[in-house]
Every structure is written in C-alpha cells, then in structure tokens.
Design a protein around this ligand. Sequence first.
Ligand SMILES: [Zn+2]
Length: 277
Amino acid sequence: MPEEELELIGQFARKKLNADELYTFSLILCDNEIDRDSEKFTVSALHTLAKLFVGKTGIFDHNMKSKDQTARIYAAEVMTDPQRKTADGEDYTYIKAKAYMVRTEKNKDLIAEIDAGIKKETSVGCCIKDISCSICGRNIKTEGCEHQKGKVYGGKLCCYLLSEPTDAYEWSFVAVPAQKNAGVIKSFNPAQETAKLAEWANEYKNELKADIIRAAASVIPEMKSAALDEICDSLSLDMLREMRSAFDMSARKNLPVVRQLDCKKADGENENSEYKI
Ligand SMILES: [Zn+2]
C-alpha cells in the first residue's frame, strides 16, 4: 500500500495502523443514473457528496452493526465514463470511494466475500436541499409542478433532480437478494424517510459521541464521561465531527504505537481491486 494511502487512513484511525493490518477496497457509492424512484443526483451533487462521504463509516447489510463489520471511506472521487450514458443521455458519472477495514479474525469471511467479488448494492443516506423537476425545472419542495416523475412528456422522461446535498450520514452494502428494496434513501419525503434519516443521524451522533468520549479518556482523564456526554448532546453534528477530529489528533499524540499481530498479512493483490456494484 502506498505511503500516501496509509497517511489518508491515518487521519481517521485512532492509532497508527500498519499496511498489513488493513484491508482496503473500492466501491461505487452512487451515480447520476435515474433510480427506481425516478430520481437522480446531479453531477454537482455528486461532487459535494464525494467530499461529504470521506470519513463516514459503512456497514455490511443492515443488521450487522458490530465494529468488525464496518468500513470507513478514506478517499472519494467523481469519475466519468463517456462511453456509458444514463437513461437521460448524460455521461455516466459516479463516486468511486476507497474504504478500509482493520483486519480481524471476525471479519475474515467478510473480506473473503469482498475479494470474491460477491455483488452488493450500495445504499447511501444523505440530506438533499434542492429537488427540481427535469421537465420544467421548478423546485418540487417550494413550488411544485404538474409533472409526475416516471412519466414521459413530449418524449422526455420526467425525473426529480437531486442537488445541493447538505450532509451524508452513512452508507451500507446490501447483499443482492435484498436489492429490490435497496437504494438511495433521501430526506425530503415526509414521515417514513425522515424518521429513517433521523434514526441514522442519531446513530451517527452516538458513534461520534462514543469516539469523543474514548479519545477524551486519554487526553483529559480528569473529565467525567457523563459530563462530556451531556456537552456532546448539545452540539450539532458538525461541531461533534470537529471535536472528534481534534480529540483524535491529541489522543494519537498521547498513545504509544501499538501493533496488532493477530492479523493476517495482506497479500497485497486485492488491496485496490475494483469492487463494482
Ligand atoms: Zn415540472
């Protein structure tokens, strides 16, 4: 693994990791194709999302929430394939992300599964500020229009264009049998999806809090975790993220470098293999 990659990963890990402790893989996070809800991300939304997803953790299938089954995105870039067109004729554009996992005995099978290229679909959770109609360009949330997504008007398919993402919560891999129900979960639909996003935001907040409290134990051991917990409750996600990275950095300076030797050595071959969905 190149040194720059290790450095990128180092920004997120709580301790210094060695190349042989890490498993990395690439995945396509989301794209500008019209999805099964007749909605699509704009290319500019993909650029914003690529930035927002760096540092975010993902899970494999929704019920596997143990630490061993999570991966973290450490780099993401927007790629375009001019040879391939979307249903509405744009160049196919997608976010290619790189993620890492720390190898453990427990995630050995999962890693083997990824290496074997077992297909999974990615689903992402994010907040979208602007949704507009592809036919008339009106803002769906504030103005509304007479067009129905999924219908064809004058030979043109109506879809909703999703732009201006404001936050990204989590991403997950869903095994193919569940594919029909998987997809991009967006925050603009009332009730159900809002509740789902609130749940995700809450889980994400708890994850940030747990990280902060863990790091604080070594940086400011005098601080009671209950007090810190209460402080964290009053902070926004952005502030929590800021606090976590500050604590993480200080904690890393305080900690001796520990090496885990129970991990299998990476064979290097699959480290950056393309993991297409
Ligand atoms: Zn319209």
